[in-house]
Design a protein around this ligand. Structure first.
Ligand code: ADP
Ligand code: MG
Length: 759
């Protein structure tokens, strides 16, 4: 029996069924490919789970107004514009240079516009890789003389050619071939990627020109133009009756947001009378509604979780009175700063309360977070509870163990280091001791919790330098039947308001003051040509008895090459540049014992120059080091550079941070590095980083399992975030209302939030 054909598409229609709806050239195999690509994008487990709603949530990266395409005569230097052009000639030529010979081409189109309004322009891009020659051949064929195309980008005036030039970076996204007027029937709109996914339908040509169009990132094998066609067809066949409003009616009224039906259309296809500027700035009514909703659900979900937490209670409430404080005071090696005293009070209040602590301690590098963690641990130990300190790297765990053992030497507490590199027998012994409650403080990497180590009475977990945000650690601990106090310490200074708003699940304490007697670090951005001066700086500082770090990036994709780079550089420094100085090498691929030996030699001052990969990025504390040299600084993120810089300037002497960039530094890299030279303020730097890289990467939400925003941008949309948060709280406070019940029911269905289990 043939199943009845569904009449219209709804938001729940599986993408794999789309071929039942007569969408041009979308058969069942392509439907499946589309579903697979979307599933990956929407974090669905299988292709079968991808729905039309996911497709409509695949938002344009920008919009082009093709209703009045610009003409060549309208261009000005540096202007961003899309032009409809015709090919005069197109060809590729190889760049003959060293190893790249035969692998690197420039492809160049000379083109004119329909009105011949100005001198022909040049559109070009690089073609590289093993298949470069084939690709060039393919383009030459596709871009035959008279072919019409639309292209978008920033046009630059070229003096030598005395015309405008446009360099494309992703031709598949930035150039669309239009169906030629003459051969519309046969050739249609075959696009640059020659594959069945991208054969478009000539009868759909009108979707792409003479109007405002969305431009999408490639979705799996589907290019922007094909995604546009498919979304257009889906919207045309979508049964509007099945689109339920997700936000409460009174909220829509209060906030004047546009309704969901309209939004789903207009986010893809801007109406003819809408302001294109609003669309570019993500300020159209459709954007506003989408962004608001994005923030609303995340803050609502986190609020829901948080409400739950204050109601649960921990196993033991701490007593922190005179005698406990006295004990703590007796081990402090220095006077706490005012900020440190304030956060200590905040933490002690949490420890004394019956709800489990879930606190984030933020403090710039070098602000003295470690001692705060130790104080909290001591408070717990004084209450006869066990504590654990987790660090992101073994090097850091070892350093903490060394310091804390020294600090607590006069106390009766047993402190142990437990890392993956221990011998099996030792590990077993430590496990038993922990289980029996004989160890008071255990220090290790994150593996400590994951490996299922058992405790007799775990009272507090401190998580140090957890860039990869520690919100989910509590969930992990709880899943193992533990409900201790949790303190997460981080130097990634998420602008405070954001931390409070978005991660409302954590309470936040901030150390906004450095310990006294620090001299500001001087930051220098230097090119290859300044190596000689850098060498002089190193010699001078070593002579003065100080130590030096030289750090190399280690990018995952090219890890092997990078490592060879660092190693070769180390040998060069050791044998050629400073043959008389003791130099050490440290990287993540070394055996743990070897790492420890090198690190100890650097801590004791035996090694003067430490060449390293970013394993030393977080937390390493060697106050005698006064120079941090970062090679290929342009390859690091700002917050990472700030972390690296924080390894020096830990004593009273003057320290330096040299950011070395290769010759080919880009303008963006230069601008970014300039920020580093201008400010030492971690908050300013984080804010810039957030602008440049987006929040997901900075906060590491991916790893932490926190929901990511689909469209909302924490910096750009701060005001919407605040209003969304206000509205979310409004409904959270009306626990008993039917509107709130509906919202709760809806959010439990959304797998992004993992709230299904909350009662
Ligand atoms: P971070 O916040 O980056 O983890 P650390 O805890 O490693 O910083 O502290 C940086 C350095 O400052 C350490 O050498 C530490 O001993 C020292 N320090 C911390 N607090 C104070 C203080 N109140 N007075 C003097 N030195 C301090
Ligand atoms: Mg630290």
């Amino acid at each position: 029996m043939i199943p009845a054909m569904p009449r219209a598409i709804s938001l729940n229609t599986p993408i794999e069924d789309l071929h039942n709806f007569r969408i041009a050239r979308l058969g069942d195999q392509l439907s499946h490919k589309l579903a697979a690509a979307l599933a990956a994008h929407a974090n669905k487990r299988t292709a079968a789970e991808a729905t039309v709603e996911d497709l409509l949530n695949y938002l344009p990266m920008r919009y082009e107004d093709r209703s009045h395409p610009a003409a060549i005569s309208d261009l000005a230097n540096g202007m961003e514009a899309s032009l409809e052009l015709r090919v005069l000639r197109a060809h590729g030529y190889p760049i003959k240079k060293g190893f790249a010979r035969g692998r690197l081409f420039i492809f160049e189109i000379t083109a004119y516009d329909a009105g011949k309004t100005g001198r022909e322009v040049i559109v070009w891009w690089f073609v590289s890789g093993r298949r470069a020659y084939e690709i060039v051949k393919y383009y030459t064929q596709k871009l035959a003389p008279e072919t019409r195309f639309i292209t978008f980008g920033q046009w630059e005036w070229n003096q030598t050619k005395s015309t405008y030039k446009l360099q494309l970076h992703r031709p598949a996204d930035e150039l669309e071939i239009l169906p030629s007027l003459e051969q519309q029937q046969t050739e249609g709109g075959v696009d640059l990627e020659h594959s069945e996914e991208n054969i478009s339908d000539p009868s759909l040509a009108a979707i792409h020109v003479g109007r405002r169009v969305p431009v999408y990132r490639k979705l799996g094998p589907f290019n922007s133009k094909r995604v546009r066609e498919i979304i257009h067809a889906v919207l045309a066949n979508l049964d509007l009756e099945t689109i339920e409003e997700t936000l409460p009616a009174d909220l829509l009224q209060r906030t004047r947001l546009s309704d969901r039906k309209r939004t789903l259309h207009e986010i893809h296809f801007p109406p003819a009378d809408a302001s294109m500027e609003d669309y570019e700035l993500a300020r159209s009514p459709a954007h506003t509604r989408m962004i608001f909703e994005d923030f609303f659900w995340v803050t609502f979900a986190l609020g829901l979780k948080r409400g739950k937490r204050t109601k649960e209670s921990k196993s033991a409430t701490l007593r922190i009175g005179k005698s406990e404080l006295g004990k703590i005071g007796s081990v402090l090696p220095f006077k706490l700063t005012k900020a440190q005293r304030r956060v200590t009070r905040e933490i002690c209040n949490d420890l004394k309360s019956s709800a489990p602590m879930n606190r984030l301690l933020q403090g710039d590098v070098g602000s003295g977070k470690t001692i705060i963690g130790v104080i909290a641990m001591l408070a717990a130990m004084e209450n006869n509870l066990q504590t654990a300190l987790m660090a992101p790297t073994e090097i850091l765990a070892e350093q903490h163990a060394r310091n804390i053992k020294r600090l607590l030497a006069k106390t009766p507490y047993r402190v142990e280091l437990m890392t993956g590199s221990l011998r099996a027998a030792d590990k077993r012994r430590l496990r038993v001791a922990l289980q029996e409650g004989e160890i008071n403080a255990v220090i290790g990497t994150h593996a400590l919790v994951q490996e299922g180590v058992g405790f007799a009475r775990l009272g507090l977990v401190v998580i140090d330098e957890q860039h990869r945000f520690g919100v989910m650690q509590r969930a992990e601990l709880r899943a193992r039947g533990l409900n201790p106090d949790v303190l997460v310490m981080t130097a990634t200074p998420i602008p405070r308001s954001l931390a409070m708003t978005v991660y409302g699940d954590l309470d936040v304490s901030v150390i906004d003051e450095l310990p006294p007697g620090r001299t500001p670090i001087e930051t220098i951005v230097a090119g290859e040509d300044q190596r000689q001066e850098v060498k002089k700086l190193i010699s001078r500082e070593v002579k003065a008895g100080h130590q030096i770090y030289v750090v190399y990036p280690l990018v995952e994709e090219s890890e092997k090459m990078d490592l060879k780079d660092a190693t070769r550089r180390y040998e060069y420094l050791r044998d050629v540049v400073f043959p008389k100085l003791p130099i050490g090498l440290l990287h993540g691929k070394m055996k743990p014992a070897e790492k420890e030996r090198v690190m100890n030699a650097f801590v004791s001052g035996e090694i003067k120059i430490l060449v390293s990969t970013t394993v030393i990025e977080v937390g390493v504390d060697v106050p005698n080091a006064s120079v941090m040299i970062v090679e290929h600084a342009e390859r690091f993120g700002l917050s990472q550079l700030h972390q690296l810089r924080g390894r020096v300037g830990r004593g009273a002497k003057k320290s330096y941070c040299v950011l070395l960039t290769s010759d080919k530094k880009t303008a963006v890299a230069e601008e970014r590095l300039g920020i580093m030279a201008k400010t030492n303020d971690g908050f300013v730097i984080a804010e810039k980083d957030l602008e440049i890289r987006g929040p997901g990467e900075l906060l590491g939400t991916r790893q932490s399992g926190l929901p990511e925003f689909r469209i909302g941008n924490l910096v750009r949309d701060r005001e919407l975030l605040e209003s969304a948060k206000r509205e979310a709280e409004f409904y959270l406070n009306k626990e008993k209302s039917s509107a709130t019940a509906k919202l709760v029911a809806r959010i439990k269905q959304d797998t992004r939030f993992g709230l299904a289990a909350i009662g």
